[in-house]
Write a protein that binds this ligand. Structure first.
Ligand code: CP
Length: 307
């Protein structure tokens, strides 16, 4: 592959290869000296047109730990504000000969469009409600390490599936790896067409969480609700927020995941999120750096092989 635009383009063996390489970077990142030179001499530009903490920081650290020259474009201070288009902005940066472009954009499909115009590798850091491939890969690595496998698990994805690129990429990845997926939430946030992904749909947490191995919680993505129905937070927490009573229905060793950013007391009880015996939320963040190192390493190798 030349780019990493979505999980939909990856095979089972592509996914396994990225996770296996990422394991080596988990080890590197736990050492006191964290440097490798696999991206030495290469230029990485991060373009985030939407807010980010985890994805932006981990792509930056990943590039630096692999020896790339990393530049973060401050999009709020860029000439986008003067009316320059996304494509003109990308072509301007492309003329400076980057090797890797990491792009987050609020519009679904914007990163694919940009990848068709530039002549370097493009990594999708989240486009609208479409895909967030490195998030699904880091979630997969977290699950594989916690459960010892990444197949035939019962996995619940709970909450605002409709507006979530994280849910979509996870549905595709976890389906490709032959897991049983349940989507749990109100019909406004989990529309019936999501059954096309091969998932079972529940609107009752108490039904849906029975005997699951993995509980993945999602934030209410109000910024993408376009003036539509927004549930009251108190009512939502009561029915769909993860608390101890609801978690007790899952397997006794079920893990709790959340891609972040998390809204404590809305989709998840803060004490559960911090419970190191059940919650792997901090591991997800750790795996994020390793996955992004692996993804950029593999794309740089592919570019070298194609040259
Ligand atoms: N999970 C995730 O994408 O978080 P950020 O929006 O903080 O990057």
């Amino acid at each position: 592959h030349r780019h990493l635009l979505g999980i939909e383009h990856l095979s089972q063996s592509d996914i396994t290869a990225i996770l296996d390489l990422a394991e080596t970077y988990v080890d590197l990142n736990r050492q006191s000296t964290k440097h490798s030179d696999v991206l030495s001499g290469l230029t990485q530009i991060n373009m985030f047109f939407e807010n980010s903490t985890r994805t932006q920081a981990s792509f930056e650290l990943a590039g630096k730990r692999l020896g790339a020259d990393v530049m973060n474009m401050a999009m709020q201070a860029s000439s986008i504000k003067k009316g320059e288009t996304l494509i003109d902005t990308a072509m301007t940066l492309n003329a400076m000969h980057p090797d890797l472009l990491v792009v987050r954009h609020p519009h679904s499909g914007a990163v694919d469009l940009l990848a068709q115009k530039v002549n370097c590798a493009v990594l999708n850091a989240g486009d609208g409600r479409h895909e967030h491939p490195t998030q699904a890969l880091l979630d997969a690595l977290t699950i594989r390490r916690a459960k010892g496998r990444l197949h035939r698990l019962n996995i619940a994805i709970c909450g605002d599936v409709a507006h979530s690129r994280v849910a979509r990429s996870n549905l595709i990845l976890l389906g490709k790896m032959e897991n049983r997926i349940r989507l749990i939430g109100p019909p406004t946030l989990v529309p019936s067409q999501f059954s096309e992904f091969g998932a079972e749909i529940y609107d009752d947490m108490n039904e849906g969480l029975k005997d699951v191995d993995v509980v993945m919680m999602l934030r209410l993505q109000k910024e993408r609700m376009d003036g539509g129905f927004i549930p009251s937070e108190r009512e939502y927490y009561h029915r769909y927020g993860l608390d101890g009573a609801k978690l007790a229905l899952a397997k006794s060793d079920a893990i709790i995941m959340h891609p972040g950013p998390m809204n404590r007391g809305v989709e998840i009880d803060g004490t559960l999120a911090d419970d190191i015996n059940r919650s792997v939320i901090q591991e997800q963040v750790e795996m994020g750096v390793a996955i992004r190192m692996a993804a950029m390493d593999l794309l740089a190798r592919n570019a070298r092989d194609a040259a």
